[in-house]
Design a protein around this ligand. Structure first.
Ligand code: NAD
Ligand code: MG
Ligand code: MG
Ligand code: MG
Ligand code: MG
Ligand code: MG
Length: 331
């Protein structure tokens, strides 16, 4: 079994006296910055001029600088920008401000693995990737817990890269939950596969198709919403707590029998073949090329898909229903 590392395995002192620049203050950025600060680490935030996040970071007492100034000041630079802007920001503002022995860190391997960011050879290059969204990274830390993280070393210029990555993971609360060692390649390929096939692409396609099938057959959209979308969380919570068997214990025997006999008819051999094809597009760099080119051309397809998906009837019904839930909660 793969080894998990915990608080006792990591040494936060390795970050003592160092300045950590968190570049970007979005989902991951705000969580890393605040958790590290609360762990006693010296944190600054690097943002572009006019960023709306600057006021939020300053309200937390975090010093905000330009990306270039933050990179120049810091010993460890964690890049928490959207993946598609990292290349340009790195080239123009970070790379000229790196010094030998600095640590360049990422929360996802995409830009290093697909050679969009090519760091100089005299800095450590590491990854600490929380396996959860930023708001959970922050909330669990405040509760004295943490989100499990992956960590990896791409380049070890100082001989300390691995220990420093583990110290960073401790600072954001990751070692409270456990951290697992990987490589940039493995993290990148499995992360992309997971989000495309299961977590985001697969799940949303499943939810929408189920909803559409019921509505087309004349059932009320509100019921279709409850069955195909709302209840997903209840099921997933059980699966995360105790595996598929805990969920199957909790559902009715009728539901369990339907699960075993009908589930495999939804994910067919054809679906599995498509999963392998998607994995291969990730491994060959075809997906990365598509995404990079899409962004270079100003995201025409991305924007159109975003708009079309936001207009899906399940979103309309959901908005109305959820507004009722919060109205009920307020009373
Ligand atoms: P985000 O979109 O939530 O936040 C990005 C931040 O960068 C924002 O503060 C934004 O204002 C700023 N920004 C955008 N363009 C900029 C520019 N040109 N110059 C300077 N700042 C700019 O991003 P995120 O979801 O936190 O993702 C950051 C990294 O973390 C990515 O590598 C992502 O793959 C990784 N990651 C994200 C999650 C997640 O759940 N969101 C989980 C694990 C890893
Ligand atoms: Mg987003
Ligand atoms: Mg992921
Ligand atoms: Mg991802
Ligand atoms: Mg039911
Ligand atoms: Mg049962």
């Amino acid at each position: 079994m793969a080894r998990m590392y915990y608080d006792a395995d990591a040494n936060l002192d390795l970050l003592a006296g160092k300045t950590i620049a968190i570049i970007g203050y979005g989902s991951q950025g705000h969580a890393h910055a605040l958790n590290l600060r609360d762990s006693g680490v010296n944190v600054i935030v690097g943002l572009y001029p006019g960023s709306r996040s600057a006021a939020k970071a300053e309200a937390e007492g975090l010093p905000v600088k330009s990306v270039a100034d933050a990179a120049a000041t810091a010993d460890l630079i964690m890049i928490l920008l959207p993946d598609e802007v990292q290349k340009a920001v790195f080239e123009n503002e970070i790379k000229p401000n790196l010094s030998a022995g600095n640590i360049l860190a990422f929360a996802h391997g995409f830009n290093i693995h697909f050679a969009q960011v090519v760091p100089p050879s005299d800095v450590d290059v590491v990854m600490v990737a929380p396996k959860g969204p930023g708001h959970l990274v922050r909330r669990t830390y405040e509760q004295g817990e943490g989100v499990p993280c992956l960590f990896a070393v791409y380049q070890d210029a100082t001989g300390q890269a691995r220990d420093r990555a583990m110290a960073y993971a401790k600072g954001i609360g990751g070692t409270r939950a456990g951290i697992l060692e990987t490589t940039f390649r493995e993290e990148t390929e499995t992360d992309l596969f997971g989000e495309q096939v299961v977590l985001c692409g697969g799940l949303t396609a499943l939810i929408k198709s189920g909803f559409e099938t019921l509505v087309e057959a004349g059932y009320q959209p509100e019921l279709a919403y409850f069955e195909c979308m709302h209840e997903v969380k209840l099921i997933v919570d059980l699966v995360v707590e105790g595996g598929l068997s805990k969920m199957r214990d909790s559902i009715s025997n009728t539901a369990e029998y339907g699960d075993y006999t009908r589930g495999p008819r939804i994910i067919t051999d054809e679906t599995r073949a498509e999963m392998r094809k998607i994995l291969s597009e990730i491994q060959t760099g075809q997906f990365a090329r598509d995404f990079v080119l899409e962004n270079q051309s100003g995201k025409p397809g991305f924007t159109a898909m975003r708009r079309r998906e936001a207009e899906h009837p399940i979103e309309e019904v959901g908005k109305d229903l959820r507004a009722m839930f919060s109205w009920l909660k307020k009373v």
